[in-house]
Ligand binder design. Sequence first.
Ligand code: NDP
Length: 337
Amino acid sequence: MEINDKTKYTEYQGSPNRYDTMKYNRCGNSGLQIPAISLGFWHNFGFVDSLLNARNIMRTAFDLGITHFDLANNYGPPYGSAEENFGLILKKDFKNYRDELCIASKAGYDMWPGPYGNWGSRKYLISSIDQSLKRMGLDYVDIFYHHRPDPNTPLEETMLALSDIVRQGKALYVGISNYNPADTERAAKILDELNVPFVLHQVKYSLFERTVENGLLDTLEKIDVGCIAFSPLAQGMLTNKYLNGIPKDSRASKDFTYLNEDQVNNHMKKIQGLAAMAENRGQKLSQMAIAWLLAQKNITSVLVGASSGDQLKENVSALDNLQFSEEELQLIDNIVS
Ligand code: NDP
């Protein structure tokens, strides 16, 4: 294992300036604050990826004030390997920083074979959190999510499982992801009755994906639950990287991903229009895309992915300009519609 190789290992000390520039937002009406920009582990942290690069991304993130790391049982590939690599790096580099980190994991998608390794049963969720904690070498996660709604399991059963996970001390707060407005409201009511701190809904939201504007954002405001936006860069399309073709090491060119060349090409006209507009603002497209999300009401955090520390630095610089004029907002709507 690369990071166990003493010739390559260097001690990590978090930057003393790490809290100087990041902004922290409260999750709904809870006491929990998370950074305006958080780091996701869906890609770039599996056994197929370089552990040294993964470590560099984590160190860069923490030095930038990113205290929130978002994982799930099945991130990799293979499934479970992002949590395992995260656990390795945590043990080596972050053992003195556990109380400065807000770590999330999830269960809800396909994880292991058979009827107990998918969806939303109590059986699945309780086993999965135990497995996740073991892989990461943690006693508890800060946030545990149900990753997607399960049409065949009573919502009461899924929410009671989340509640019991909190009661057992395996998670401090809970969240849900990909639920529609009606089920979100029902989940909130059940969790409220169970006295469980429901802090975040994790939603797909970007300049290219605005479904949540048709009700879910209003629901979250009404029930006072935070909102964290995933795939804010549309998996990399909302950056300058595809403007001159598909780079060899990009997500669109890799196996095991959910982005392909056709998707990029279909969006190219919009990407070009937005990139030109970002340039006029003195920003990269990635920075404008993140700033635009943070300018929407009730967005607690923007959950980015990164395949390098440099990408993360670029993305965090979005915080330098979060202002949009009415004309700019209108122009954006015209370009993406
Ligand atoms: P993004 O939309 O931020 O895409 C991240 C990818 O874009 C990077 O891996 C990189 O890809 C590229 N990129 C990022 N910054 C730059 C930059 N400055 N310049 C050029 N390219 C850049 O987010 P993800 O789709 O990765 O999702 C983020 C997180 O959200 C996940 O890690 C996960 O934690 C969560 N998530 C949750 C889901 C859910 O159902 N709840 C579903 C999906 C994600 P490249 O490899 O091409 O360099």
